[in-house]
Design a protein around this ligand. Structure first.
Ligand code: SF4
Length: 470
């Protein structure tokens, strides 16, 4: 079942009013790789009445008035990508195409979509229920941040959007908590994984340099980011606050990592794995080719690359789904009428981190003073590829599955350092699981660049290669 996207669909469920209305910058694809679908389905599974308004027209009321006002809150996301990344190239040229929009033309997603959609709601619903920002655009712009397109340090998007709350990171548990507390009329400002605006700084939270300071002082900005980065791990993080104008952005500590069974449950909810019929006339959504029948095996990345934001969104600890759940999902795909036997991707942020873990990180949090993979893989990190090999072998044995590809990037330094199973893994994926070209995580040939990227030196890797070739 789709999340209702029209009044008729909501009425068919007997819903005259909705608890939560989700507004998104993408066309509505009902698949577990789409955050807004996953959030909506999680809320529905808990009994909340949810509706979705994909890509509303921001110049008129024709879409936003569709369901009226929600009982609990509005959930606003720019979609699967930051709207400025989706709309412009790094060279600031307007992108013509959009893989997450039906028909493929980049005409439906406004710039700074979280701000545009919040303004749209406020224009048509005065004194409405809380507006909650979420998704990658909101999450990565939650404190003062550098914005390439305006070449400036912008303040928290919560202030610019004039929304009420911001859910950061992978938000399904935080959103559930919020919905439950709002439905019981309980206070919500203590919820982990939530940001809000306060007139006073909370006690016991760490104060970041103010927005005014970091906007003009690069050293203060670097210090702010360091403190922010060091407080992203649920085991050890403290709450943060930052003065933005006369008020404070408050970031509660992050949500604890989900257990593998929690991930299993949300990825195994009932997804249509189709584009909502609302978009049928507009044409194909190109992202469906990669999204519809891919399987997420894990979340998080302990790579710590300096150019990557995954650690501050998904966390530095990898949480892997159970093998049984992934196999069940794969088997279920074979019964989908549109499934042609191909799984385009089995992976996560870094494909070959499935099943890898650090016991210290699980109990005491990730190290602040050490990187997990630089200068070489930490001795406390289990980097064995054996779980992945076993999983891949079992999936391709399922009747009805012709191919399972690894579409996510592979950290090849991890493969090289796993002396026991690394080469077997490489052979396995090169023989059975590469479609076209094997994708590896960003690399470089020069050590000084690798160091800037936060990656191990080539020299170290050469040293690691020798015993494996012998
Ligand atoms: S002990 Fe090693 S693997 Fe674990 S968090 Fe610290 S640096 Fe990373």
């Amino acid at each position: 079942m789709f999340i209702p996207a029209t009044r008729k669909e909501a009425a068919a469920l007997g819903w005259r009013r909705l608890d939560v209305i989700l507004v998104t910058g993408d066309s509505y694809i009902d698949a577990p790789h789409i955050g807004v679908a996953l959030i909506g389905k999680t809320l529905m599974a808990a009994g909340f009445r949810v509706g979705i308004i994909p890509q509303p027209d921001v110049l008129s009321d024709k879409d936003i008035l569709r369901f009226g006002e929600p009982e609990l809150f509005w959930g606003v996301t720019a979609g699967c990508m930051d709207s400025m990344v989706a709309n412009y190239t790094a060279g600031q040229k307007r992108r013509r195409s959009d893989d997450l929009t039906a028909g493929g033309k980049n005409t439906r997603r406004p710039d700074r979509a979280c701000i545009a959609y919040t303004n749209l709601i406020r224009r048509h619903f005065k004194n409405t229920t809380p507006i909650v920002l979420g998704g990658i655009e909101a999450s990565l712009r939650r404190i003062s941040h550098y914005d390439l397109w305006s070449d400036s340090v912008r303040r928290s998007i919560l202030f610019d959007a004039k929304a009420d709350f911001l859910v950061y990171g992978m938000g399904e548990a935080t959103v559930m908590d919020l919905a439950e507390r709002l439905s019981r009329r309980q206070p919500v400002t203590g919820i982990r994984g939530l940001c809000f605006i306060s007139t006073t700084p909370p006690q016991d939270y760490i104060g970041l340099p103010s927005h005014e300071t970091v906007a003009k002082d690069k050293d203060a900005f670097a210090h702010m980011f360091r403190v922010f980065y060091d407080n992203c791990d649920p085991e050890s993080a403290r709450g943060l606050y930052q003065k933005q104008d006369t008020r404070y952005l408050v970031q509660n500590p992050p949500r604890p990592y989900p257990a593998p069974e929690d991930l299993d449950r949300i990825y195994e909810l009932d997804y249509e794995r189709r584009v909502h019929p609302l978009h049928q006339e507009a044409g194909e959504v190109r992202a469906m080719h990669t999204i519809a029948f891919s399987i997420a095996s894990h979340r998080g990345c302990f790579g710590g690359c300096h150019f990557c934001a995954i650690a501050v969104h998904e966390g530095r600890r990898v949480v892997s789904r159970t093998e049984a759940s992934i196999l069940r999902e794969a088997e279920k795909l074979t019964r989908h009428p549109d499934f042609k036997g191909i799984i385009p991707d089995l992976g996560g942020p870094t494909a070959n981190m499935y099943g890898m873990s650090c016991k210290r990180a699980e109990t005491r949090g990730v190290c602040r003073e050490k990187a997990c993979l630089v200068p070489a893989a930490c001795k406390l990190l289990d980097i064995g590829h054996q779980r992945q090999i076993a999983l891949l072998r079992k999936i391709r044995e399922i009747p009805g599955i012709k191919k399972v590809f690894i579409g996510s990037g592979v950290r090849h330094d991890l493969v090289l350092q796993d002396k026991q199973y690394g080469m077997a893994y490489l052979k396995e994926i090169m023989t059975h699981h590469v479609s076209g070209q094997l994708k590896i995580a960003p690399e470089h040939s020069q050590d000084h660049v690798l160091r800037l990227m936060g990656k191990p030196d080539r020299v170290i890797r050469k040293g690691l290669l020798r015993p494996m070739r012998a």
